[in-house]
Write a protein that binds this ligand. Structure first.
Ligand code: FA5
Length: 345
């Protein structure tokens, strides 16, 4: 039996030393020391031995078992270290590699312009107000001095939903809403950025576009206030050297009315392809609120005066960022939209 134990010891030491991984080591542990393992089987036959042999063989089996346990423990440590090294080797991080780029969204050029305008006017004490895009004929036209059948209605080709409801053609509709909501309360100082709709579609006209409206009503408001306000507005947006030119025009809701041009910010007024060699770019409609409009919407025109202006935000964004076709603004092409991250003023 002694030889048998020595043989088991020899075999197991050889096999354990050659174990290549933890799984193999564990299988060998079971093979030799497990419940049905070879060494355990030897212990079970102890009953057949004489009383003299029993303690000798017993202590020999225990010694071998202790030796094997120690061997397994050491081998286990060694294999674990090897596994860890292999893992570390595989997961090695090259800190010199360039970092992968985070894809960030970018602000739409129209929103950039709207936010810039809002910040400016809020800093001058204006409120930013909103109105419905599905508007009534009453607010879009009638309360702005444009009764049914008025020829000036043809200036804006409209999307009517019913005979009474249409998609608003101008943010001026909100002028009447603000006046009706405040009735004689002054001062009114609001801007209204928002979507507007007309039956038009080409490189410089879109069926859906954006306007920003401005309205101020108080006692003693004059054309000088309008001029000063538009100067601040345009210079902030387009550059300190921007000049303004007021040309007489016609809007049913203002009297007098003006088209307001700004000096071309590309050539500084000398003439270039952007301003079609004129040196000027038409950007705004404006004027003093028509007395009829004041009266119709709850303000005494003998006591109050006001000014209003409106401009197309799409065109403003196009000029500011050098965009050649308005339809780019609505195609949501990420390559187009991300360009403006670097261009902020
Ligand atoms: C108006 O809409 C007036 N409500 C502006 C106004 C307000 C005048 C307050 C007086 C007092 P107009 O139709 O010119 O005016 O449009 C104003 C601007 O909207 C235009 O200068 C242009 O920049 C923009 N616009 C008009 N139609 C389109 C369109 N189809 N696509 C893109 N922009 C447009």
């Amino acid at each position: 039996m002694k030889e048998q134990i020595e043989q088991i010891k020899e075999n197991s030491i050889k096999e354990l030393s050659n174990a290549k991984d933890l799984k193999e080591l564990n299988d060998l542990k079971v093979k030799y020391l497990g419940k049905k393992g070879e060494l355990t089987q030897v212990l079970k036959t102890m009953g057949t031995l004489s009383t003299e042999e029993r303690p000798i063989i017993g202590s020999l089996v225990n010694k071998v078992r202790d030796e094997l346990n120690e061997l397994i423990e050491n081998k286990e440590k060694q294999l674990k270290q090897i596994e860890l090294n292999q893992k570390l080797e595989k997961e090695k991080i090259d800190v010199t590699l360039p970092a992968s780029k985070n894809k960030r969204g970018s602000k739409h050029p129209l929103n950039r312009v709207i936010e810039e305008i809002e910040d400016l006017f809020v800093s001058m004490g204006y409120d930013v107000v909103d109105g419905p895009e599905l508007e009534t004929d009453e607010y879009c036209f009638e309360r702005l001095n444009l009764p049914k059948g008025h020829p000036a209605r043809d200036m804006q080709d409209s999307f009517y939903i019913t005979t009474e409801y249409l998609l608003r053609t101008q943010t001026s509709a909100v002028q009447a809403r603000v006046m009706m909501a405040n009735k004689e309360k002054t001062p009114i100082r609001v801007i209204v950025p928002g979507k507007t709709y007309r039956r038009e579609d080409d490189a410089t006209h879109s069926h859906q576009f954006n306007q920003v409206e401005g309205l101020v009503i108080d006692e003693n408001i004059t054309l000088a206030h309008l001029k000063g306000t538009l100067e601040v507005f345009m210079r902030k947006l387009l550059g300190e050297n921007t000049q303004l030119r007021f040309r007489p025009s016609y809007f049913p809701f203002t009297e007098p009315s003006y088209e307001v041009d700004v000096s071309c910010f590309k050539c500084g007024g000398k003439g270039c392809n952007l301003c079609k060699q004129t040196g000027w770019i038409e950007l705004l409609g404006a004027g003093m609120v028509h007395p009829n409009v004041l009266k119709m919407n709850g303000y005494d025109p003998e006591k109050y005066t006001g000014f209003a202006f409106g401009t197309g935000l799409d065109r403003l964004a196009m000029f500011k960022y050098g965009i050649t076709d308005m339809r780019y603004l609505y195609r949501n092409d990420v390559r187009f939209l991300t360009q403006f991250d670097q261009m902020d003023t």
